[in-house]
Design a protein around this ligand. Sequence first.
Ligand code: M6R
Length: 614
Amino acid sequence: MCGIVGYIGDKRAYPILIKGLSRLEYRGYDSAGVALLEPGEDIKVYKRQGKVIDLTEFVNGSSTSGTIGIGHTRWATHGLPNDVNAHPHSSGDGKITLVHNGIIENYAILKKELVNRGRVFKSETDTEVLVHLIEDVKSKSGVSLVEAVRIALNRVHGAYAIVVISSDDPNKIIAAKKSSPLVIGMGEDEYYLASDATPIVEYTKNVVYLEDEQIAIIDRHNGLRIISIGNQEVSPYVQELEMQLEELEKGGYEHFMLKEIYEQPHAIKDSFRGRLNAKEGWVSLGGIKDYEEQIAKSDRIIIIACGTSWHAALVAEYYFEDLARIPVEVEYASEFRYRNPIIRKNDVVIAISQSGETADTLAALKMAKEQGATLIGIVNVVGSTISRVTDAGSYTHAGPEIGVASTKAFTTQLVLLAMMALSLGKRRGTITDEKFSLLLNELEALPMKIEKLLESDSYIKGVSAIYKDARNALYLGRGTSFPIALEGALKLKEISYIHAEGYPAAEMKHGPIALIDENMPVFVIATQGENYVKVVSNIQEVKARKGKLIAIVTKGDTTVREMADHVIEIPMSHEFVVPILATIPFQLISYHIAVMRNCNVDQPRNLAKSVTVE
Ligand code: M6R
């Protein structure tokens, strides 16, 4: 949460910072700000409540000179989202200015100490403590800015990625990180800093991912140097970015979310590339190959994740237990990390995360590591923290997902987990050759089937229009469709602000059925498969209470069609891939309803794409 950028070089920093902040806006959009520095001048700070566009309107007409700059787009943790609490924050004398992503947990104690020493605070943020602390250390000890940052960070508990500038040291940028991400782009005599690589990719493909408790000192004349907060020299490890600039544009779609829904056939193909061949009858995940034997022999797999990724974990539980016969436990990372769980050496912990930066997932992984578990990551963002702290892992290869609502990241997580379960099942001999081959073919046919399904978009839009004013909605499914019901409900509530609940269809009569009346839309997955007859009974129960029924059915279904108010057909498929297909209509329904309700689809209120605070 929160996006930070920085620039030092020969160019004007302001346009680079603004473009970078727009790319990072998915990380938070309560307020935005920049600080600009030109040697010999004072630092200019502009900040504003609202989005990056509001900041640019505010700045319009003011001086934006400066070849060094830092910027921030905020998701408020401490203090209201107003102009004063917006970053950057400056020291009392205005000479040091910084931006911060993370939470300073001991800020209250530090603030008290600093106030007692006469430092005057302007904002309610935890961040402001950092800049006063650096100023305090510097003035008290007479040390350099870098040393003052280092000493200050040694006093701080919590998470931070910071970028600091000072008018007394006008040819330097200092950056540091712990538990919040920070990437440094290495150009020709210029450097870019950002919370992820998206603001950097159009200038350079050479990047350094700063590690925890490292401080980067970037000097206009002497280049990049990295030290640890213990003051040890570190050699920068330069990597090449794979990301393409076009992946970050809307490409003619009205919203990123719609683009990302439509990208799914392609994204799933990318997930399969080099990993699956149904004709030749093999599936192989290179990233975890060396650990597969260990996973296959593990006593238990624990899957940890948050939000949509947690829904993918629930589907994976069915996949792994059914196909590979390995016991699986699925945990919310935020609960797992705080409940003193039993983790044994022979447990494998799989973390699923689009961003690879989710604070709770990361903390849960670290805890599992300390207790000796093997860690596997299923991550989308290449080079992200989770991909680096795990022992091994596989990227979903969905490409950058900019819309806050997860779409293609989710379906590619599902295909990756399905491949993993098939591979483990084959290795353990818990799946027959016929079934293995059948399911490989089912997976490989998915991109084509999703293309077909997307052709129903205008019909789905029509159905969505009927329910756009609903105040509540129920989503029902059984088996692997239950997590999809949860995901459908999450998608609707997060972008259209309609209250929605997902339930296992049979659980409905243990409570939620009391809610059903003629105003309640009930979305149900009623595709052909083992649970079909049971779901049909649940549908009858809904109809008997006059609920409005929108059913996802297998193409050609007539039974449910007679009972439902609307049916959305998915192509005939094995139930193994139904969760992936059934997700698509739910994504489209949420999208259309949100657009019809004039909601900000790509940046829903109060949310951020990357939840880097617990
Ligand atoms: O990046 P992660 O997958 O770890 O994020 C976890 C959740 O914050 C995320 O899945 C969230 O629920 C979705 N953006 C909702 O669509």
